[in-house]
Design a binder for this molecule. Structure first.
Ligand code: SF4
Ligand code: SF4
Length: 296
């Protein structure tokens, strides 16, 4: 079984369209959407949720108003400035402080120092994750709550569940729609993978992002391929990207031309290779063949 992670330097490069087409082309696979901050693979694959579970990425503190003696010890000790006296409706200061749940980092210090045992410190529900069936095979995906951190932990969980399904059902591929960027979620997306495919566009920022992402992948010693999406909107920069990729030890596995069929397929909630048999579809099929070859 091989695990492929498809990532991009930033969002909106067409990564998910490529993954959806791979979902249609690959045999015996499980799909995992690890772009948990902006999950949209489900928009194309129309999953039917079979199992759901709350995700808790850590603990959060909460003041028990009735027990609080307003000693301010927690306010003095919170390094994240998350505890304040709120204003009441008539503009006065409340009698006891409260904790801003967005600013609270869950370090637990306030809970430990409170002399009145007035701070509850409990697992916080940060999101939900799902195992679904789709027309393309099983899929693991997730939803993270607004302004929630810990997406790295959720990504790790989604990948782990997908791997378990692949093992249980003796599947050949785990195809992961990874997180964009170079932060914690993308590191959680790629560590231990068999192959990374970076989807980029022929723009100066795309070129720059590609190099940042590829440095990350090479740091973790993961073989990396490149896909230039909409290569023909700027052939000159596409050539530059191809050369730079080569100089950095990466092969361009495919170049996908610009085609309005990609957007139309999205609107129709289907993959590009199913929507059209045109040249863009052939580009993606060639890309997939090269990816399979690299996976071995
Ligand atoms: S758990 Fe830590 S970050 Fe959260 S309110 Fe308490 S001291 Fe501040
Ligand atoms: S340390 Fe405990 S008792 Fe003191 S203000 Fe904070 S919650 Fe209230």
């Amino acid at each position: 079984m091989k695990e492929l992670i498809v990532i991009s330097g930033k969002g909106g490069t067409g990564k998910t369209s490529i993954v959806a087409s791979f979902a249609a082309l690959a045999s015996k696979k499980v799909l995992a959407d690890c772009d948990v901050d902006a999950a949209d693979l489900h928009l194309v694959l129309n999953p039917h949720i079979e199992y759901r579970e709350d995700f808790s990425g850590g603990k959060k503190a909460r003041i028990l108003e009735d027990a609080c003696i307003a000693c301010n010890r927690c306010i003095e000790e919170c390094r994240f400035d998350a505890i304040h006296y709120p204003q009441t409706d008539d503009g006065a200061e409340a009698e006891v402080p409260n904790i801003n749940q967005i600013h609270c980092e869950g370090c637990g210090v306030c809970h430990r120092v409170c002399p009145a045992d007035a701070i509850a410190f409990e697992p916080a529900v940060n999101g939900e994750w799902y195992v679904s069936t789709t027309n393309y095979g099983p899929m693991v995906h997730a939803r993270l709550g607004m302004a929630e951190g810990n997406s790295g932990k959720l990504v790790t969980l989604v990948r782990k569940e997908a791997r378990q399904i692949a093992e249980r059902e003796a599947l050949d591929y785990i195809i992961v729609d990874g997180s964009p960027g170079i932060g914690c979620p993308v590191i959680a997306s790629i560590t231990g993978a068999d192959l990374v495919l970076v989807v980029t566009e022929p723009t100066l920022s795309g070129k720059h992002d590609l190099m940042r992402v590829s440095q990350l992948a090479s740091h973790f010693r993961i073989p990396t391929l490149v896909c230039i999406n909409k290569w023909d909107i700027n052939p000159q920069i596409s050539d530059d990207i191809e050369r730079e990729a080569r100089e950095n030890g990466m092969k361009v596995a495919g170049k996908v031309r610009y085609d309005t069929a990609i957007t139309k397929a999205q609107v129709m909630r289907t993959s590009v290779v199913e929507y059209t048999g045109g040249a863009v579809s052939e580009d993606i099929k060639t890309l997939w063949r090269n990816v399979v070859y690299a996976l071995g």
